[in-house]
Design a protein around this ligand. Structure first.
Ligand SMILES: Cc1ncc(COP(=O)(O)O)c(C=O)c1O
Length: 367
């Protein structure tokens, strides 16, 4: 069996370091908002090249808190995509704002910058691009549009730890970058976690308050906040894993290279990356109209796969009230029928990648 993702293989390599960190935290007597969280914020900010980092309880919360810190709420509109995790759109709704969903680019499956301006109206406050699969969105074009219209950019970097554009880490282009540490992510906790980066110390301070009931130093709520704290155990684990992140990213790059080579003759579309950008290869997503056949073959060959994501957000029952009919985002809808994520995690062995390639080639051979 070749799994689509397996955290245990990576964990075994760092088990000693993680267990030492756990013992340290448990013995410290401080489990919430303590030195591990503060150190992790400093270390992640340094890694991403941001001035400030604010750790929160999840990637979803990171987006909610970022939007709230920018004063975005009821009556406001936020431009984003439907081809993403439900969390992106859910977070916009959670602050009471209305998501304006833009179709994705046919090749990159990321927000199509050419379609953004048509969605900007008097209530638009922000653009929320998603660096989906670890591939950077067209952040320069998005930034230029935002500047022209006086909008904030909040980057959804949940899948993009390690993705860079011209050497600069995603999340540092807009006002706030939002990360998730869900266990499958490039930097994953052993539980939930999230974080916001920003260069703006006032925004950082507001986010710190919002994650802890809006408290000031005397624990008097100055803002209506919530409980969204990253606990010390997850922070300590993430500090260990951050030290190994670049090694994991280079393994992902190697695996992606092996897939690109091994599948170059297969009858499917392969992911690409613009020159001057670093794809973080969170997921390796191929596209084929013969997906059912490919799935059948992978299943028979005991190879795991994923579909990210099978139903675009605007077609999910919970979001029908947004009023997008089938056909309203044609590229998004078409892509949802043909995407398939192949196994991708740093410890995937070269012979496993070869076996996946062989299975894919076999499945699509007679087309
Ligand atoms: C693109 C995207 N945005 C946001 C999130 C939300 O992160 P979390 O699951 O940590 O709340 C995720 C992860 O699930 C994601 O993939």
């Amino acid at each position: 069996m070749i799994p689509v993702f397996d955290y245990l293989r990576g964990y075994q390599q760092i088990q000693g370091e993680v267990e030492a960190a756990l013992r340290r935290v448990i013995a410290s007597g401080q489990l919430i908002l303590g030195p591990e969280g503060e150190a992790f914020e400093r270390e992640f900010a340094a890694y991403a090249g941001a001035r400030q980092a604010v750790a929160v309880a999840s990637g979803t919360d990171a987006i909610v808190i970022a939007l709230r810190a920018l004063g975005i709420g009821r009556g406001d509109e936020v431009i984003t995509v439907s081809h993403t995790a439900a969390a992106t759109v859910g977070a916009v709704r959670e602050v009471g704002a209305v998501p304006r969903l833009v179709d994705v680019d046919r090749d990159s499956l990321l927000i199509d910058p050419d379609q953004i301006e048509a969605h900007i109206g008097p209530r638009t406050r922000a653009i929320l691009p998603v660096h989906l699969y670890g591939r950077p969105a067209a952040i320069d074009a998005i930034g230029a549009i935002a500047a022209r219209h006086g909008l904030a950019v909040v980057e959804d970097c949940a899948q993009a730890h390690g993705a860079r554009v011209a050497g600069r880490h995603v999340g540092t282009f807009g006002a706030i970058g939002c990360f998730s540490f869900y266990p499958t992510k490039n930097l994953g906790a052993l539980g939930d976690g999230g974080l916001c980066v920003t260069d703006d110390s006032q925004l950082a301070e507001r986010m710190r308050q919002l994650r802890f009931h809006g408290f000031d130093a005397r624990r008097v709520s100055q803002l209506e906040g919530r409980n969204s704290r990253l606990d010390e155990i997850q922070a300590a684990i993430l500090r260990v894993k951050l030290r190994h992140l670049e090694t994991g990213l280079s393994a992902r790059r190697r695996i992606a290279g092996e897939y690109l080579q091994g599948l170059s003759d297969a009858r499917l579309s392969l992911p690409e990356c613009e020159p001057d950008t670093n794809h973080a290869w969170h997921l390796f997503v191929v596209r084929t109209r013969q997906r059912a056949r490919l799935i059948e073959h992978l299943t028979r060959s005991q190879i795991g796969y994923g579909i990210h994501y099978p139903v675009p957000i605007h077609l999910m029952p919970a979001y029908s009230h947004l009023g997008y009919a089938r056909g309203s985002l044609p590229v998004t809808e078409y892509a949802a029928e043909e995407i398939l994520s192949l196994p991708m995690f740093p410890e995937l062995a070269a012979d496993e990648v070869r076996a996946v390639c062989r299975a894919v080639l076999d499945a699509l051979r007679d087309e």
